[in-house]
Design a binder for this molecule. Structure first.
Ligand SMILES: *Cc1c(COP(=O)(O)O)cnc(C)c1O
Length: 381
C-alpha cells in the first residue's frame, strides 16, 4: 500500500491502560470501551482487534456504520449504539444482536413492532434526560415508554443510562450533581413501576475518575483507553495525592512520516505561502508529506513541533494541504528519507498530542479523530 505517513498502534500500551482502568473501577463495575470517531482516530478494526486480545468484549459506538465495522471483527462481543440509528438500520441491529439506546418514542415504537415481526428480542438501553439536554427521554416520554414496554415482551432491558454535561471540568460541578440526583430519583420511580434494567450506567472517562458514585454497574470509557486524559484537571485530580506524579497512562498511537526533501534558505526570505515566516538567518529546512488533508491541523501553522533525528524541531510557515515545512538548521545531517515523528517518541523525546503548544486539551479528541481512515495502521508489540 502506498502512503505518505503511517500510524503505529502499541498493543502493550493498550494492555497497560486497560489493566489500569480495571484496577480503578474494580471487579463489580464493567467497562465498555468507546470506539466512536473511528476509535478516536486509531481505526476501529485494528483497535477492536487489539482490545479483544486484551480481553475486552464490550464496545460502545455512536452509529450503525461503526457497529457494523466492529461486528465484523468482533462477532461475539457486546456492541452498544449510543446515538444514531436510522429506523431502516434497526432490523440489522436486532438481527445482529446490537444493543442500542432509546431516547425517543418513535424509535421505541418502531423497534418493538419490528421485533414482534421478526420474532426476536431487541436489546435496549433507556436513556434518561437528566439535564444535558441533548438526547434522553424527558419525564412525559418516559411515561409513554413505560406504557409501550409493558405491552410488549419483544425486548430485553439491558440498561438504563444517562450522560453528564462535562464532568471533566470542576466548573460544571453543580450541574453534574443535579444530574446525579435526577438519575437516582428517576431510577427509583422506574423501579417502583416494575421497570428494572440489567445494568445502570452513566459515567464516561471523566465522571469515572472524578465522581466515583457515577460508576454504577458499567462505565463507558473512551479517551482514557487510548492513553489520554479528558482534561488536565482530571489528570491532576488523579495524581495530586500520589507521590509518583508520572502519567499512569500510555499513549497507544504514534504517527510517523519521513523527510521528503531538504533545502537551504537565505536570511530575509519568506518560507511557504504568504509572509507568515521570514528566515532570520541562513536556514536549512525540510518538507514532510503530511498536511491538513491528512489531519495535521492548519492551526499548527508556525506552532507545531515534530521529531527528527532525535530532536524536537518547529513547523515553520503555513500548514499546506499535503505538506509541512520544518526547520532543520540545528540538525544539518538530516536527509531525505529520515523518519519524522508527528506524534509519539523518538530517542529520548516525546511529542504528545497535547504538547501542541497553545492548543487546548479538547484538541486531544479533535486531532485524533481527524486522522484519516486512509492512513495505514500498523500494530506493534
Ligand atoms: C463519547 C461518549 C463517552 C466516552 O467519553 P470519553 O470522555 O471519551 O470517555 C461515553 N458516553 C457517551 C454517551 C459518549 O458519547
Amino acid at each position: 500500500m502506498f502512503h505518505t505517513s503511517y500510524i503505529e498502534l502499541d498493543q502493550s500500551a493498550l494492555n497497560h491502560n486497560f489493566n489500569y482502568l480495571k484496577k480503578i473501577v474494580g471487579k463489580s463495575t464493567k467497562i465498555s470501551t468507546v470506539i466512536k470517531g473511528n476509535a478516536y482516530g486509531h481505526g476501529i478494526s485494528d483497535f477492536v482487534t487489539m482490545m479483544l486480545k486484551a480481553g475486552q468484549s464490550h464496545f460502545s459506538v455512536f452509529s450503525a456504520d461503526e457497529a457494523q465495522i466492529c461486528r465484523e471483527v468482533a462477532p461475539n462481543a457486546e456492541i452498544m449504539v449510543m446515538g444514531m440509528l436510522d429506523n431502516h438500520e434497526i432490523e440489522w441491529a436486532i438481527k445482529n444482536e446490537i444493543q442500542f439506546y432509546i431516547f425517543e418514542i418513535d424509535r421505541l415504537n418502531y423497534t418493538l413492532e419490528l421485533a414482534q415481526k421478526l420474532n426476536k428480542r431487541a436489546m435496549l438501553h433507556l436513556e434518561l434526560e437528566t439535564g444535558m439536554n441533548r438526547t434522553g427521554l424527558r419525564k412525559s416520554e418516559v411515561k409513554e415508554a413505560i406504557k409501550l414496554l409493558k405491552q410488549s415482551n419483544r425486548y430485553i432491558l439491558k440498561g438504563i443510562c444517562t450522560h453528564f454535561a462535562g464532568a471533566e471540568s470542576i466548573g460544571n460541578y453543580v450541574r453534574i450533581q443535579e444530574q446525579i440526583k435526577s438519575f437516582k430519583k428517576q431510577r427509583k420511580q422506574l423501579e417502583q413501576q416494575g421497570i428494572v434494567a440489567e445494568l445502570y450506567h452513566s459515567a464516561s472517562s471523566a465522571a469515572t475518575l472524578t465522581y466515583p458514585q457515577t460508576r454504577m454497574d458499567m462505565v463507558r470509557i473512551g479517551i482514557l483507553s487510548y492513553g489520554f486524559w479528558p482534561s488536565t484537571e482530571t489528570f491532576i485530580h488523579c495524581v495530586k495525592e500520589k507521590t509518583d506524579k508520572t502519567d499512569p497512562l500510555k499513549r497507544i498511537l504514534s504517527w510517523k512520516s519521513k523527510v521528503m526533501s531538504t533545502k537551504t534558505v537565505e536570511t530575509g526570505e519568506f518560507i511557504g505561502y504568504g509572509t507568515t515566516f521570514m528566515a532570520r538567518e541562513n536556514m536549512k529546512i525540510a518538507t514532510v508529506p503530511v498536511g491538513y488533508s491528512h489531519g495535521y491541523s492548519r492551526s499548527l501553522s508556525n506552532q507545531g513541533r515534530v521529531l527528527v533525528n532525535g530532536e524536537r524541531v518547529s513547523v515553520i510557515g503555513i500548514v499546506n494541504m499535503n505538506m509541512i515545512v520544518i526547520e532543520i538548521t540545528d540538525i544539518p545531517e538530516t536527509k531525505k528519507g529520515d523518519e519524522v515523528v508527528l506524534i509519539g517518541n523518538q530517542g529520548e523525546n516525546i511529542l504528545s498530542v497535547s504538547s501542541f503548544s497553545e492548543l487546548s486539551d479538547q484538541l486531544n479528541y479533535e486531532l485524533l479523530t481527524r486522522l484519516p481512515h486512509s492512513i495505514p495502521r500498523i500494530i506493534i508489540n
